[in-house]
Write a protein that binds this ligand. Structure first.
Ligand code: 6LW
Length: 541
C-alpha cells in the first residue's frame, strides 16, 4: 500500500518511536515552545494523533531566557516493563534528563538528571542493565556509552566513546538496539542540513568494538534530485507483525536556492534486512513523499494523512483541518506558547467561548513570554483566520494574528490604537528591519483577520465581522469581502534565512508596545483551512 510522507508535517523534528503491543508512540523536539515534547499515538504509522505533551510544568521545563532553537533538543521515547521513558536535553537549563510515566497521555514525572554533557541522549534496556548513549563533547567527542541506574539516573560505570561515525560532521542522534543477538548503533552525520545522513555500525557487545556497515550511509537524500532533503536523525523499530520501520526527519524546501519554512518534519521509512544482517532503508536508502509499505493495522489506503484532524481515522482530508471555538475549559494540544507562559496573560473562562489574551510588557520581538498561543503551520497552502473583539484604550495596545518563526522573524496583522485611532495594521519584523507597513482606520466592532499562504507568499487581509454571517472566511467563497493589507515572503521565515531548528507557527497574540496592556483581547474562534491543497503538488517540487 502507498502512504504519504511526511506523516507529521510541519515543525516536528528528531522523531523517536516506541511500540507497546499494537500501539506506537512518537515524540519530537520542541525547543523554546511550551508545553514541551509533544507525544503522538498511532496504530498504522501513517496517521498520528497527539495525545499530550511529556513536559507540561515549569519544574520539568524551564525556558527562561531560552533563545530561538535552544531549550529542548532531540528526545528518545522507550517503553520498558510498564513504564514509558522520555529522555532529552534542555540545552539551556540542566542538560540531559529523563521523565517517566505509566500513562503517556497523562502527567510525566519530575525530571531525573543524567550524567555527562552533550545532546541527543537515548536509552537501551538490556536485561537488568540500562545503557545511556549520547553525543558527547570535549574529551568525549563522539558517541558516548554509559551504564546507568534507571531509578536514580546515576552512572554505574565509566562513560566512553564507542564510535565516531564514518567521518561526517556532527556524529549525533545515536540509538543502540539489540537485534538478533547483535548490537546495532545507528547515528546521524553530516549535520541537520542537506548533507544529513544515517549511518550504522554493529558489535557483539553494547560496549563495542563497533564495525560500520559497508553500505553507509544507509539512509540519505543528499545530492539527489528528490523533493525531500536533509533526511536523517532516524529511530528504528519493529511492528507486531515483524516488519521493520524507521522514522526520520526531513524537509520539503522550496526552490531556488532551497529554503524551508515549515520546519523539519517527520517521515516514515520501511526497512528490510539484507542477507548480511544490515538494514536497507526506504527506496534504496532514500525517503520519498509517497512510499510503498505494509502499514500495520489498517486496511489498504492511500492515506490522506497530511490533514491531521481525526488523524487516526484515515478519512478523506477535511478542508477545515482545524477550528477552535474556544468552548472548552482547556487549550487543545495543537496550541503552544512561546516559552513558559505568563499565567495572567491568557484565559479561556473570562468570556464563554473566547480566548482572552492580555498584552504584557513582552512583545513578539522579545526573548520572553509574550501573550501568544500558536499552532504549527503544517501545510504550504493554508488559510488561517480569527474573529477578534478588541477595543484598545491606550496608545500602542495591539492584538492580532501572527506568522511567527521566532522573535526576529515574524509578520502580523493586528488591531492597534495608534495616534488615537483604532487601526488595522500590518507589520513585518525581519532581523534588524522592523516596519509597520500599512494602517487602515476601522469602525468599532469585531474584525476577522486572515492570512492566506502558498509556497512562496503570505497574504494578509481583514473584514469587519458584522458583515460575515456565521464567522468563517468560507461563508464568502471568493473572499471578496476581505480587504488586502499586506504580503510577506515565506522565504524570509525559513530556517536558512531567519531560523535554525524550528518552523513557522500561526498564532494569536496581544501586546502593548513594551508596556503592559490594560485591555483584554477576545478571540472568538480560530480556523485553519487547507481547501487549496493539491495533494500531488504539496511539496513535490
Ligand atoms: C538535534 C540533533 C539534530 O539534537 O539537530 O538533526 C539537533 N539532528 O540530533 C536539534 O534538533
Amino acid at each position: 500500500m502507498i502512504y504519504r510522507n511526511p506523516v507529521l508535517p510541519g515543525f516536528h523534528p528528531d522523531p523517536s518511536v516506541t511500540r507497546v503491543g499494537e500501539d506506537f508512540y512518537l515524540v519530537t523536539s520542541s525547543f523554546e515552545f511550551f508545553p514541551g515534547v509533544p507525544i503522538f499515538h498511532s496504530r498504522d504509522l501513517a496517521h498520528w494523533r497527539q495525545i499530550g505533551f511529556c513536559l507540561t510544568r515549569k519544574s520539568q521545563l524551564n525556558l527562561d531566557g531560552v533563545p530561538n532553537s535552544g531549550g529542548i533538543y532531540a528526545p528518545t521515547i522507550r517503553w520498558h516493563d510498564g513504564r514509558f521513558y522520555m529522555v532529552t536535553t534542555n540545552v539551556n537549563h540542566g542538560g540531559n534528563f529523563f521523565v517517566w510515566t505509566e500513562d503517556p497521555a497523562g502527567e510525566w514525572s519530575e525530571p531525573i538528571s543524567l550524567p555527562g554533557g552533550g545532546i541527543d541522549p537515548s536509552l537501551t534496556f538490556d536485561g537488568d542493565k540500562v545503557w545511556l548513549t549520547g553525543c558527547g563533547a570535549g574529551d568525549l567527542a563522539g558517541i558516548v556509552l554509559t551504564p546507568i541506574d534507571i531509578g536514580t539516573g546515576k552512572p554505574l560505570g565509566e562513560s566512553r566513546v564507542v564510535w565516531k561515525g564514518t567521518g561526517g560532521a556532527f556524529p549525533e542522534g545515536p540509538h543502540l538496539y539489540g537485534i538478533g543477538g547483535l548490537w546495532y548503533l545507528m547515528i546521524s552525520e553530516g549535520g541537520t542540513e542537506h548533507g544529513h545522513m544515517v549511518t550504522i555500525a554493529r558489535a557483539e557487545r553494547p560496549e563495542g568494538p563497533f564495525v560500520p556497515c559497508p553500505r553507509n550511509p544507509v539512509l540519505t537524500n543528499r545530492s539527489l534530485p528528490l523533493p525531500v532533503k536533509a533526511a536523517g536523525h532516524a529511530d528504528l523499530f519493529e511492528d507486531s507483525a515483524g516488519r521493520w520501520w524507521a522514522v526520520c526527519l526531513g524537509i520539503r524546501p522550496v526552490p531556488y536556492p532551497w529554503r524551508h519554512h515549515l520546519g523539519r518534519e517527520t517521515f516514515l521509512v520501511p526497512v528490510v534486512w539484507d542477507a548480511d544482517g544490515w538494514p536497507v532503508f526506504g527506496n534504496a536508502g532514500t525517503v520519498g513523499l509517497e512510499m510503498e509499505g505494509d502499514l500495520p493495522g489498517s486496511p489498504s489506503l492511500v492515506a490522506p494523512n497530511h490533514a491531521r484532524s481525526g488523524a487516526d481515522s484515515g478519512e478523506a482530508p477535511d478542508p477545515l483541518a482545524f477550528r477552535d471555538d474556544f468552548d472548552s475549559g482547556t487549550l487543545g494540544f495543537d496550541w503552544s506558547f512561546i516559552r513558559n507562559p505568563d499565567p495572567g496573560c491568557w484565559s479561556l473562562g473570562d468570556r464563554k467561548g473566547s480566548l482572552r489574551l492580555r498584552g504584557t510588557d513582552v512583545t513578539l520581538d522579545d526573548v520572553g513570554s509574550p501573550a501568544f498561543v500558536g499552532r504549527r503551520q503544517e501545510h504550504f497552502n493554508v488559510e488561517a483566520a480569527t474573529l477578534l473583539d478588541f477595543d484598545p484604550k491606550a496608545e500602542g495596545e495591539e492584538a492580532g494574528l501572527a506568522v511567527y518563526l521566532n522573535e526576529e522573524f515574524h509578520y502580523e496583522v493586528s488591531v492597534v490604537l495608534a495616534g488615537g485611532k483604532r487601526l488595522i495594521a500590518f507589520r513585518r519584523r525581519l532581523g534588524s528591519l522592523w516596519k509597520r507597513e500599512a494602517s487602515i482606520p476601522i469602525p468599532s466592532g469585531p474584525v476577522i483577520l486572515r492570512v492566506d499562504a502558498d509556497q512562496t507568499e503570505y497574504r494578509f487581509s481583514f473584514r469587519m465581522a458584522a458583515s460575515c454571517r456565521t464567522g468563517s472566511p468560507a461563508d464568502d467563497p471568493d473572499r471578496t469581502g476581505f480587504v488586502d493589507i499586506g504580503r510577506g515572503e515565506c522565504r524570509y521565515l525559513s530556517s536558512e534565512v531567519g531560523g535554525k531548528f524550528t518552523g513557522v507557527f500561526l498564532g494569536l497574540y496581544a501586546c502593548g508596545e513594551g508596556r503592559a496592556s490594560g485591555t483584554d483581547a477576545f478571540f472568538d474562534w480560530f480556523e485553519y483551512r487547507t481547501d487549496r491543497i493539491q495533494w500531488s503538488l504539496e511539496g513535490a517540487l
